[in-house]
Design a binder for this molecule. Structure first.
Ligand code: PGA
Length: 250
């Protein structure tokens, strides 16, 4: 039985005062015995600060880690998985479509980042998803299968890795795929995971849906076969809407 995961990606939002207010409001409702897992991924400027607030029942993660295998060195602007861990974070995202789009991250780079994070002991959410052009060309399944194959490293397990399927055209747009489309992709990802990692790991690994998840559509999306939680951008910036999504978990 896969425990659902409700994950918030704050993206490039949050000065110290905002982050404190948001994190405190989210953490206040959480307990250690919830029937779902919860994760928040603040931006790097406040990551250490948020990780130091009492956060029983909620994991704190980064949004990215450096590509280099080096723990430190001459990599201006980069923050290694080792440094993220040192800040008190225990999770990270890698391969978010905004990283792929604005920083030209390839599947090979995403895989290396996942390896670095897993090696450091961070639980790693690997993001995948097709663009609108790819969906319109009928290539969505092919694209997510390729991304799964190319981005998920051999060292991934159900304990140290989670997949997040986020169709690029659904992120921040208010558009969501049909539940049938979500089911089709999630089944394809699980099948591809079985080929990469073996049936048992694939069966236990969580696959999140992300892209315009809101309190209004959370229940429907979270009930789709093989949807093991949600990765939430905009609606994770308010404690009320983030929690309303979490409360849609059965
Ligand atoms: P959104 O973002 O919920 O604002 O669509 C999701 C994401 O990019 O993780």
């Amino acid at each position: 039985m896969r425990k659902k995961l409700i994950a918030g990606n704050w993206k490039m939002n949050g000065l110290k005062a905002d982050a404190k207010a948001l994190a405190t409001a989210i953490f206040a409702k959480a307990t250690s015995d919830m029937h779902f897992d919860m994760l928040v991924c603040p931006p790097m400027n406040v990551l250490g600060f948020v990780a130091e607030l009492p956060h029983t029942g909620v994991f704190v993660g980064a949004q990215d880690v450096a590509e280099t295998v080096k723990l430190n060195g001459a990599f201006t602007g980069d923050v290694s998985a080792h440094m993220v861990h040192d800040l008190g974070a225990t999770w990270t995202l890698v391969g978010h479509s905004e990283r792929r789009q604005y920083h030209h991250e390839t599947d090979a780079i995403v895989k290396q980042k996942a390896i670095n994070a897993i090696t450091e002991g961070l639980t790693t959410v690997i993001c995948i998803g097709e663009t609108l052009a790819e969906r319109d060309a009928g290539k969505a399944v092919e694209v997510v299968r390729r991304q799964t194959r190319e981005c998920v490293p051999a060292e991934a397990t159900a304990e140290n890795c989670v997949i997040a399927y986020e169709p690029v055209w659904a992120i921040g747009t208010g558009k969501v795929p049909t539940t049938a489309d979500v089911a089709e992709i999630h089944a394809a990802v699980r099948d591809e995971l079985a080929q990469v990692l073996g049936a048992e790991k694939a069966e236990n690994m969580r696959i999140l849906y992300g892209g315009s998840v809101k309190p209004e559509n959370a229940k429907e999306l979270l009930n789709v076969d093989n949807v093991d939680g949600a990765l939430i951008g905009g609606a994770s910036l308010k404690a009320d809407s983030f929690w309303a999504i979490a409360e849609a978990v059965k």
